[in-house]
Design a protein around this ligand. Structure first.
Ligand code: BGC
Length: 356
C-alpha cells in the first residue's frame, strides 16, 4: 500500500446558476478515503476498510450534484445556522422576536428553507503532515433565513492517519444571534441494507423528550428502563418497535441525548457503533452537550442513491452532535447565543476502526 496522504481535486457538477462545484478526494495512509464538495460543505463518500480490507462506502448519498440540489434529506451536509428544530419558527433575543421559515410543520428545521446545506462555500485544501482535508467558509448575510447578524462560519474537515474525521467549527457574528452547527452524515457501516443490526452505544443517562412535532418539552428524562437506554450497547432495531409514545412521535429514534460530561465543552466519547457484518466500528467524540440520534425513519425507499442503491426505510442512522433542539426558546438548556466579539468554536470527531 502507498503509505502517504493523497488529495485529488475534480469538478463535481454545475449549479443552475452556472457555478462550478468542486470535489476534493482525500486518501489517508491506511487507505481510507473521504470525498467533500463545496456545495453544502458536504461529504459525499467515506470509504472505510472492512475486516477483510475491502473498502465500504459508509455514507448514504448521491452520485450526481442534481440529486443533492433537488430533494436530499440533508445527506452528508453541514447544517446551519441552527441544526434541528426551533418551535413555531420563532425566538426572541433582547426583546426582539425573530420569525423564521416554517419548513417542518409549524417548526423551523435545519436553518430554514435555504440553510447552509444549500449554499456554496469557499473551499481551500489542507495538507498538514498528519491530516489532509478542506477548510470551508461561508458568510451568511444579516437576516438570512430570518436570523440576525452577519455570521461568518468556518468548518475544517480533515482526515488524519489515525482514521479520524475531525470537524472543527468556528463562527463570529456582528450582532447577537443564535447558532447550532452540525453535520448530517447518514451512516450505514455495512454500506447497504438497513442499519437495524448495527450495535449502538450512547453515553447518555438522559434524553430530552419531545412533543408530537419533535420539540423538546424542556424535561431531561432518565433513559433507564426505556428504549432510549443505549448505555451498554444494543442493536438499533432491538427496541425500535416498542410501544412507547416518544418512539411513536419520532416514528423511531429521532431524539436528542444529553451527553454525560465531566465538564461542559470537554471533548468526550459520545457514541460507538459497530457492525458485526463488516467489523467496521465508529466512535463519535464531541465537545457538544447533545447528540441527535436519528434512525432514518423518514427514508421510505423512494430515493435512489449512489450506484442506484435504494435508500431504504432505516437504511442509515445519523448522529448529529449539537446543542439541544429549540434552545433559543428554552433558557434552561445550554445557551446557543453568540455575541459580537465572541468566537463560536466546537469540535467533533468520527473515528473509524475494525473489530475481528
Ligand atoms: C431530524 C429528522 C429529519 C432528518 C432529515 C434529522 O436531523 O431530526 O427529524 O427527518 O433530520 O430531515
Amino acid at each position: 500500500m502507498d503509505r502517504s496522504f493523497k488529495l485529488d481535486i475534480q469538478e463535481f457538477g454545475t449549479l443552475a446558476n452556472g457555478q462550478k462545484v468542486t470535489q476534493f478526494r482525500i486518501t489517508n495512509p491506511n487507505g481510507l478515503e473521504m470525498r467533500l464538495i463545496d456545495y453544502g460543505c458536504l461529504m459525499t463518500n467515506l470509504l472505510v476498510p472492512d475486516r477483510s480490507g475491502k473498502l465500504v462506502d459508509v455514507l448514504l448519498g448521491f452520485d450526481r450534484l442534481e440529486d443533492y440540489v433537488k430533494d436530499s434529506p440533508y445527506f452528508g451536509a453541514v447544517i446551519g445556522r441552527y441544526g434541528n428544530r426551533i418551535a413555531g419558527g420563532q425566538f426572541s433575543l433582547d426583546g426582539t422576536t425573530y420569525s423564521l421559515p416554517q419548513n417542518d410543520g409549524p417548526n423551523t428545521l435545519h436553518g430554514g428553507v435555504k440553510g447552509f446545506d444549500k449554499v456554496m462555500w469557499q473551499a481551500a485544501p489542507i495538507t498538514d503532515s498528519t491530516a489532509y482535508g478542506v477548510a470551508f467558509s461561508y458568510e451568511s448575510p444579516d437576516g438570512e433565513e430570518g436570523f440576525p447578524g452577519t455570521l461568518t462560519a468556518r468548518v475544517r474537515i480533515t482526515l488524519n492517519d489515525q482514521n479520524e474525521v475531525t470537524l472543527d467549527y468556528t463562527a463570529v457574528t456582528d450582532k447577537p444571534t443564535v447558532i447550532n452547527l452540525t453535520q448530517h452524515n447518514y451512516y450505514n457501516l455495512d454500506g447497504m441494507g438497513t442499519c437495524l443490526d448495527q450495535v449502538m452505544t450512547i453515553y447518555a443517562d438522559q434524553y430530552t423528550p419531545v412533543d408530537s412535532t419533535l420539540i423538546p418539552t424542556g424535561e431531561r428524562a432518565p433513559v433507564a428502563q426505556t428504549p432510549f437506554d443505549f448505555r451498554t450497547g444494543k442493536p438499533i432495531g432491538k427496541d425500535i418497535g416498542a410501544d412507547n409514545r416518544q418512539l411513536a412521535y419520532g416514528r423511531g429514534f429521532d431524539h436528542n441525548f444529553v451527553l454525560n460530561k465531566q465538564a461542559p465543552g470537554l471533548l468526550s466519547l459520545a457514541a460507538e457503533v459497530y457492525s458485526t457484518k463488516t467489523g467496521i466500528t465508529m466512535d463519535v467524540l464531541t465537545e457538544e452537550p447533545g447528540i441527535q440520534f436519528y434512525s432514518g425513519n423518514f427514508l421510505d425507499g423512494s430515493l435512489k442513491g449512489k450506484g442506484g442503491l435504494v435508500c431504504e426505510h432505516r437504511g442509515a442512522f445519523c448522529l448529529e452532535t449539537q446543542h439541544f433542539p429549540d434552545s433559543p426558546n428554552h433558557p434552561e438548556f445550554p445557551s446557543t447565543r453568540l455575541n459580537p466579539g465572541d468566537i463560536y468554536q466546537t469540535r467533533t470527531v468520527y473515528r473509524f476502526g475494525r473489530k475481528d
